[in-house]
Write a protein that binds this ligand. Sequence first.
Ligand SMILES: Nc1ncnc2c1ncn2[C@@H]1O[C@H](COP(=O)(O)OP(=O)(O)O)[C@@H](O)[C@H]1O
Ligand SMILES: [Mg+2]
Length: 259
Amino acid sequence: MSAIDVNQLGKRFSAGARAVIEDLSFQVSPDETLCLLGPSGCGKTTLLRLLMGLEQPTSGSIRIAPELAQHMSYVFQEPRLVPWRTCLENVLLPLQLLGRKNPAANTRAHDLLHQLGLDERLHHFPGELSGGMQMRVALARALVTEPRIVLLDEPFAALDERTRFRMQDLLLELKSRLQLQYVFVTHSIAEAVYLGDRILLLDRTGSARDWRAIDFQERDQLLKLTPAFNAVVQVYSQLFSDMERAEALHVPRATEVRA
Ligand SMILES: Nc1ncnc2c1ncn2[C@@H]1O[C@H](COP(=O)(O)OP(=O)(O)O)[C@@H](O)[C@H]1O
Ligand SMILES: [Mg+2]
């Protein structure tokens, strides 16, 4: 059975408005990680919010396997920390709200903040942290509840390159160590190829332009230097420029031709 099953999904924000997501169908297998890739404004955030249940579909359906649906968490595009709580208090907040604040959870919060390089900032307030540090606190807050699946909306876009690479590797490590599944939104081709077992490429009409498996046995930063990795990046660069050319020329999509 699929982990995520999206069937003919459509989303309009108001009657008469253009569809942000249109006739979108895909399935994600158990343990498979998915990257959503596409140009700005194509509906990536909207799709992620639909998966989380923060938006309702206008048509079609989304089914998330119950064992995942009960243990989901979400990382917004902005950190959204509580300004009057320290780093540590922000990370502990979901546990407090769920009534699960106990010594083990407290240790987990410390461990996560340690792995995210925030040991020295535990008692600092968000206003005293850089944007990148705030994002790492948001990531720790999403992971502290031990989710089975986490949905992340361009979480590393504001980080400097070295930190961004460290965070990518942390996510891969959590995936293999904790069997953490994720859906990761990005507009970076290399990031999608590095982090996704599958990539869903969306075009500006929120429809699937491409859907394929990315099959690398070992993933570490050195992979990015290999011809195999760069060949896949090249495929997506070509798909992106084909898409832009088609939009510029208003070439109808295959589905529109059929209609
Ligand atoms: N709450 C909303 N109400 C109306 N339009 C929205 C809303 N959220 C997003 N949109 C529109 O949907 C489109 C896709 O937005 P979004 O999902 O944020 O794209 P992306 O994340 O790929 O940049 C944009 O045209 C955006 O203006
Ligand atoms: Mg977005």
